[in-house]
Write a protein that binds this ligand. Structure first.
Ligand code: ZN
Length: 246
């Protein structure tokens, strides 16, 4: 079986842990990830003997990384797989990250790394570039808010059309947080994809738009002012995109 040496999953904590467990089960369970055998329940408890699961309270320390190297020093049986999970990939500092770069790229035979993070911010590019990155979407099945499409392009010129659309919706206030969550998720993912493909400028724009959404989330509209709130948000998007493209 061939597995990438290092995975990086970005998403909600629950989605990340689930994804990590899925890989562990698929590899370590002898019954195709049955979820019921001894292997599967040890994976569930993060205690499997072929697993080192690290959950730091603060930045990773060099002594924690030393433990990793002690584990890596054991030669595995042919076809045996060992997983090292770093639960917070955003908590490496330059020193701990540097000490890991070589093994992330080329771990000893049978060893694999799984890195998890809730957000892309704070993940060092040196770590990022060595991992197979997957952004886990946690709202896949949810229908998009009718105003979603107005905030997910790079053209914000049909403000008249937007204002008309606003008048059509009677539940703006109720659905505001759903819309803002969907927009934050969209721009976050766009930022990551552009970053990955080396398009730094577009990645920066997406990041700035995501920040606008987060800012908006912190200042939820007062009752009765949802329409003005969204018009202002639309205008902020318009200004930001116009500035970036000049
Ligand atoms: Zn099992």
């Amino acid at each position: 079986m061939s597995l990438h040496p290092a995975f990086l999953f970005i998403g909600s904590e629950q989605a990340c842990v689930q994804k990590a467990r899925e890989i562990l089960r698929n590899t370590l369970c002898k019954k195709q990830g049955c979820t019921e055998c001894v292997d599967c329940s040890l994976i569930e408890e993060k205690k499997h003997y072929l697993l080192l699961w690290l959950t730091p309270d603060n930045y990773y320390t060099l002594s924690q990384i030393e433990v990793v190297f002690k584990v890596l020093a054991f030669a595995l049986q042919p076809n045996e797989h060992f997983f090292i999970v770093f639960e917070r990939a955003d908590l490496f500092n330059q020193a701990t990250a540097n000490s890991l770069l070589k093994v992330l790229e080329e771990p000893p035979r049978g060893y694999h790394f799984i890195l998890l993070a809730q957000r892309a911010e704070g993940i060092l590019p040196t770590i990022w570039s060595r991992c197979l990155v997957e952004v886990l979407s946690y709202q896949e099945s949810q229908d998009k808010h009718p105003l979603y499409r107005y905030f997910t392009s790079y053209t914000y010129k049909d403000a008249g059309d937007f204002t008309k659309e606003l008048d059509r919706h009677k539940t703006l206030e109720r659905d505001m947080s759903v819309l803002l969550d969907q927009l934050a998720a969209f721009w976050h993912q766009r930022m990551l994809l552009c970053y990955e493909s080396g398009n730094e400028q577009e990645s920066n724009t997406a990041y700035a738009l995501e920040s606008l959404v987060h800012e908006a989330r912190r200042h939820a509209p007062l009752p009765g002012s949802a329409k003005i709130f969204l018009k202002n948000l639309y205008l902020s998007f318009f200004k930001l995109v116009a500035n970036q493209s000049t």
